[in-house]
Design a protein around this ligand. Structure first.
Ligand code: PLP
Length: 347
């Protein structure tokens, strides 16, 4: 079965095989493994003096940990967004009691740096801006470098959910970048992480609303003796180690991006030939997951019977379905998935 979804994704045999071993979380070999994974994750982000703080759980746990730990209780977050993952950030702020302003833009168009500049100029109380790099609901790529430059120009801190772009699309230096093991890194799900400056993590003590999701505490424990505070997802960390080695062997993020772009082009061309139009304009499409118009109820089961998992769309008001371009897929996976859709249509 191949997962053409926003994650979890298809992983390589080698990555899955790394989970066939049991690790003691306090064992020296696991402590070294965990440190090497964090070091290599931090090295994928531009910027100085960065630390990667891992967090048990799915990506949302890491998003919640980042907001609760890095935004002081007196801060105010501007959630400037165009989709469901941005809306989730606003909901997190609401639940954990961080003052915030959510500005929702058109889900089919990238966030406008000019509109962000205007929002920041209007409200000097905003201390932090939260952005989503690729809105996985639609598959849309936001102009991260331009948006971050606007925040910097206005002297505000920036927290970026780069969940579905990390390890693939180019990143820029931010105050915090959040991602997870089970997306473009092609590891199994189960570990999120936040990459932030060491001084910002040190300054974050006492901010968190939660014990388990306190990034500053987690960071301090790892710095002290290499231990996670609570049971780490040992198998996930071990598999992510192999997945990171595979990323390097492939040629790093540029090579992975090129592979996903080939998948995306083949997918859009093949589906268009079957009569399914992509929801987004080509220039806004991230090579991560593609939303197509014209979903029909039997589609998912019929495509699944041919070995491919695809998902319904996530946009209100549009009958769409989504097919992912990411994961450790064989070269013929996209062509075979298109053939499966063709058969489902013919049925
Ligand atoms: C996957 C994803 C998340 C995290 O979702 P989880 O279900 O918690 O793993 C957050 N933001 C974006 C943009 C995502 O694609």
């Amino acid at each position: 079965m191949f997962l053409l979804t926003p994650g979890p994704l298809t992983t390589a045999d080698e990555t899955r095989a790394a989970m066939a071993h049991d690790w003691g979380s306090r064992d020296r070999s696991f402590v070294e493994l965990s440190a090497s994974v964090c070091r290599d994750l931090a090295a994928l982000v531009p910027g100085d003096d960065l630390a990667c703080v891992p967090m048990q759980g799915s990506g949302t746990f890491a998003v919640e940990a980042a907001l609760g730990s890095l935004v002081p209780r007196t801060g105010r977050v501007l959630v400037f967004h165009n989709g469901s993952y941005g809306a989730r950030i606003a909901e997190i702020c609401r639940r954990i009691g961080r003052a915030h302003t959510a500005i929702a833009h058109d889900e089919l168009a990238p966030l406008s740096p000019a509109a962000l500049a205007e929002a920041l100029a209007r409200d000097s109380a905003i201390t932090h801006v939260a952005l989503v790099h690729v809105e996985t609901g639609a598959g849309l790529r936001n102009p991260l470098a331009e948006l971050v430059a606007v925040c910097r120009g206005h002297g505000r801190r920036v927290i970026v959910d780069a969940m579905s772009s990390f390890g693939t699309l180019p990143l820029v230096a931010c105050d915090a970048i959040i991602a997870a093991s089970g997306k473009c890194l092609e590891g199994p799900p189960g570990m999120g992480f936040v990459i932030a400056r060491r001084d910002a993590l040190a300054a974050a003590h006492g901010n968190a609303h939660s014990l388990a999701l306190d990034l500053a505490d987690q960071h301090a424990a790892l710095e002290r003796d290499g231990q996670w505070r609570f049971t780490p997802p040992t198998h996930v960390v071990a598999a992510l180690r192999v997945a990171l080695d595979r990323l390097t062997a492939e040629g790093g993020p540029p090579a992975r991006l090129a592979r996903y772009q080939r998948n995306c082009h083949a997918l859009v061309a093949g589906m268009t030939a079957l009569g399914f139009a992509p929801l987004l304009a080509a220039e806004h499409q991230a090579p991560i997951i593609v939303s197509f118009r014209g979903a029909f109820p039997e589609l998912y089961e019929r495509v699944r019977a041919r070995g491919f998992v695809i998902y319904p769309g996530r946009l209100a008001g549009h009958a769409t379905f989504r097919i992912g371009c990411i994961g450790a897929l064989p070269d013929d996976a996209i062509a075979n998935a298109i053939a499966a859709v063709r058969d489902a249509l013919a049925h």
